[in-house]
Design a protein around this ligand. Structure first.
Ligand SMILES: NC(=O)c1ccc[n+]([C@@H]2O[C@H](COP(=O)([O-])OP(=O)(O)OC[C@H]3O[C@@H](n4cnc5c(N)ncnc54)[C@H](O)[C@@H]3O)[C@@H](O)[C@H]2O)c1
Length: 376
């Protein structure tokens, strides 16, 4: 999904701009890469562009280890994008680093703090970049909030709420094969965006988590925590409630519902930051077919800028571009750039964002223990 919706179009655009050269994509089966290659929206936006497919031809069984061969055959210091199910990130990222490759990993980086530390060490030793693709950081509203908060204009964060509910129909997707109770849950999968964002804006660090989850069944019968409610306490005593689910009505407008509200305390009054991250001011009622939608112009859209094809715009594209350009800079200017990136804190790396793994690890322990508070 994420490769089709955001990553591949962003890479195609970078290829079109001459910033990257050849793109190869490896999945477990030829059918899934072929479907991607033939996707209509991509063909319309990027006429004449393609990628090398692995497996190159249909095979009798899935090939989960093939990516290792593909990475091993690359010249050093290319960029490997890891967009596998959450619980497979760790092995694939380490494999890429050990083969001297920079990494762009979708969030969550990994599910354990120790794994994030190990990845950070491996990358540092080899002078390689690992960029975690927390694209909400590249939404201008997040950058505006970060700047204003850090200038002291909101006061200090006290209580907040965040939510991100994906549409009900997600239950019918490939998620039912991997977002199961033993691997992940709605908070781990998507709530991590808002935990990351609260740190990104405020600079605060989480200290404990309680995560309550409701077990539900995917259409294929697998069990998952498809509804979750988290409470994250921060190192200034502030508290953030995060609700997540694969449960937003299919008939509702938009592809999800999401947002963040922070109540803050100033010297002599209250501060407020409230972002509707789903409703961005657009109300569209189409006639063919009939539907009411509230599209977001900000995450990822294709626009016609005069061709060829269509140009991807939005923070989904900007986030991929920033990580790719950073890896190119590391190659050109040397490992000192890595320290600068870590310190700046705009691109998430294992070195500057492993509080996310602390939260996820504690959250997984909490959800499996009925929501008890776990320190992180
Ligand atoms: N908002 C976001 O930031 C966002 C949104 C969606 C997904 N994600 C993340 O992206 C990742 C993938 O999610 P998705 O929605 O694209 O899931 P998906 O199920 O659509 O895609 C995962 C793909 O990985 C492939 N795969 C599994 N094992 C493999 C192996 N060993 N070798 C090669 N391919 C393998 C599967 O066949 C599938 O094509 C997850 O970590 C998810 O949390 C992030």
């Amino acid at each position: 999904m994420i490769v089709h919706d955001q990553i591949l179009p962003s890479l195609y655009h970078l290829e079109r701009l001459g910033i990257i050269a050849e793109i190869s994509i490896c999945s477990q089966s030829h059918e899934s890469v072929r479907r991607l290659a033939e996707a209509e929206s991509l063909a319309r936006a990027f006429p004449g562009q393609s990628f090398r497919m692995f497996p190159a031809a249909p095979s009798p069984s899935p090939q989960p280890a093939l990516y290792r061969e593909i990475i091993a055959a690359l010249p050093p210091r290319q960029i490997v994008v890891v967009a596998l199910p959450d619980q497979l990130h760790y092995e694939a990222i380490l494999e890429a680093l050990r083969q001297e490759q920079h990494v762009l990993a979708v969030k969550p980086l990994v599910l354990r703090y120790g794994q994030a530390e190990e990845i950070a060490r491996e990358a540092r030793t080899r002078g390689l970049l690992v960029g975690v693709e927390y694209h909400k950081r590249f939404d201008d509203r997040s950058l505006m909030a970060r700047r204003a908060y850090r200038e002291g204009r909101f006061g200090e964060f006290r209580l907040g709420t965040a939510c991100l509910f994906e549409k009900w129909y997600y239950r019918h997707s490939n998620f039912q094969n991997w977002m199961t109770a033993e691997n992940s849950d709605a908070f781990t999968y998507i709530g991590c965006h808002y935990v990351d964002l609260v740190h990104f804006i405020t600079g605060l660090l989480p200290v404990s988590v309680s995560l309550y989850g409701i077990l539900d069944r995917f259409p294929n019968g697998n069990q998952g925590y498809l509804w979750t409610d988290a409470r994250v306490i921060w190192n200034n005593g502030g508290s953030l409630n995060v609700q997540n689910a694969l449960g937003f009505p299919d008939a509702a407008p938009g592809t999800n519902t999401q947002g963040l509200t922070l109540f803050c305390q100033g010297a002599s009054g209250g501060g407020l930051l409230s972002h509707s991250d789903q409703y961005r001011g657009l109300k569209y009622c189409y006639t063919n077919p009939v539907s009411y939608q509230e599209p977001s112009p900000d995450y990822f859209q294709y626009v016609d800028l005069g061709g060829p094809g269509l140009a991807p715009v939005g923070y989904g594209y900007r986030s991929i571009e920033a990580i790719v350009r950073a890896a190119i800079r590391v190659n050109a200017e040397g490992p000192a750039v890595l320290e600068e990136i870590d310190r700046a804190g705009i691109i998430a790396t294992p070195g500057n964002s492993s509080y996310n793994e602390r939260v996820i690890e504690a959250a997984r322990e909490s959800i499996l223990n009925g929501g008890r508070e776990v320190r992180c």
